[in-house]
Design a protein around this ligand. Structure first.
Ligand code: GP9
Ligand code: MN
Length: 404
């Protein structure tokens, strides 16, 4: 039976945060355009390399959007697929393996399923083989109506690099798909060009590589810059097609691009040693939410990918009370400053806890562990409860209870 769910339900309902009245339903019946930015870490935002902006478009776009500057990815080995899992379900991925492969047969209550019920058309767009990360199977469990994958794109040698179709061409071709979708839609776009090992032809390099002994770090900057250009073009096309004003646009980084193997060159770029504290801070990814007619605002609240589902649903005027999920609405007044990373590290307003060391964010130095202790149980509980749900396929009981 679902008796294991009782504890979890209690925990989840105690953590529910009431939506902000001004934000609840602010985007009711609008289209949702979700953009997963490959390997995009937050340190590139408002930053330069060789004196040139790395993300000139995003830096501008932020000024007319909500920008969350302390937003963390919470992925593990499942990389992009883990981020998709987090965003659509508000559950944590697994610490080992990819939940997209290991638990695709589970029952979920993902955002597309919920939105379909409210009359939305739901789609994922990504110019790769549909079975990569087992997406074709998992997307069905999440309730996606349509997956625009490799056969839905014209891919040639000329418009490809590295992993496949270049982002500029991907977005350009995707506009046609968007135009044909029933409205309102929930459409998730997954970029690809800024993928390790960050290959890019000379003609697509809008900025020069960084100059260090580490080729990966050097090449990261031009591919991030290329992606920025692709995003600029896409937003422009949305405007031309009359889709911009009817849509909320949410951009987020899926996971880190530069692993700890590159600490030396990263340290050179940042101008400081990459300590475990700095390494944890490098797990910040951008989150940008654009709502037509709303002014821009930078929000410093500590948050993570797990928080996106309730945030999106509340903006659309759909309450999440009673849903089994671990995130909280980012616009809720009493949203806690908190993000647990999948390795058990966590971040609060004042502290970073990683590798059993508690750091003071202001000094970036280790401090007595007692400061972090009040949050340790919460971090542990969340990961364990989420794991239990996945391993026990517990949402099937939740669904049953719902129908009674
Ligand atoms: C592949 C793309 C990249 O389709 O999403 O996957 P990643 O290696 O980043 O998980
Ligand atoms: Mn990825």
């Amino acid at each position: 039976d679902g008796s294991e769910l009782a504890d979890i339900k209690n925990y989840v309902s105690a953590n529910y945060k009431k939506p902000d009245e001004e934000m609840f339903g602010i985007a009711k019946e609008k289209n949702v355009i979700l953009i997963s930015m490959e390997s995009t870490q937050n340190f590139v935002i408002n930053e330069k390399v060789n004196g040139q902006e790395i993300t000139p478009f995003l830096n501008d776009f932020i000024k007319e959007s909500y920008y969350f500057e302390n937003f963390y990815h919470q992925t593990a080995q499942g990389k992009t697929s883990d981020s998709e899992f987090l965003v659509d379900n508000s559950l944590y991925p697994l610490s080992r393996g990819a939940v997209f492969f290991t638990h695709s047969g589970n029952e979920y209550n993902a955002t597309p399923t919920i939105l379909k019920d409210k009359g939305y058309f739901t789609a994922a767009l990504h110019a790769n083989n549909k079975s990569f990360w087992n997406r074709d199977i998992m997307y069905q469990s999440f309730g996606y109506d349509r997956f625009y994958s490799l056969p839905d794109y014209q891919v040639s040698n000329e418009n490809s690099v590295g992993w496949g179709l270049k982002d500029i061409d991907f977005f350009e071709q995707s506009v046609q798909h968007l135009k044909e979708m029933p409205k309102p839609f929930y459409a998730k776009f997954i970029t690809l060009t800024n993928h390790f090992p960050f290959d890019l032809e000379e003609e697509d390099q809008f900025i020069q590589p960084y100059n260090s002994a580490d080729k990966t770090v050097n090449n990261y900057f031009p591919t991030v810059r290329y992606q920025d250009e692709a995003l600029k073009n896409f937003i422009q096309r949305l405007k031309e097609e009359g889709l911009y004003e009817d849509s909320i646009i949410i951009l987020y980084g899926d996971h880190y691009g530069i692993s700890e193997n590159h600490n030396e060159a990263m340290g050179q770029f940042l101008g400081k040693e990459v300590t475990p504290f700095v390494s944890t801070q490098l797990q910040k990814v951008p989150l940008i939410i654009h709502i037509p007619g709303q002014e821009g605002k930078t929000i410093s609240k500590v948050s993570g990918q797990i928080d996106l589902k309730p945030t999106i649903l509340h903006m659309l005027g759909i309450d999440t009370k009673g849903s089994i999920e671990f995130g909280a609405d980012l616009f809720a007044k009493d949203k806690m400053d908190f993000a647990v990373l999948r390795d058990g590290s966590f971040v609060t307003k004042k502290y970073v806890y990683t590798r059993d060391i508690c750091y003071d964010k202001e000094t970036e130095q280790p401090i007595d562990k007692t400061a972090c202790e009040p949050y340790m149980a919460k971090a542990k509980n969340e990961l364990q409860y989420s794991d239990k749900i996945i391993y026990g396929d517990l949402l099937r009981f939740y669904e049953d209870a719902d129908q009674e």
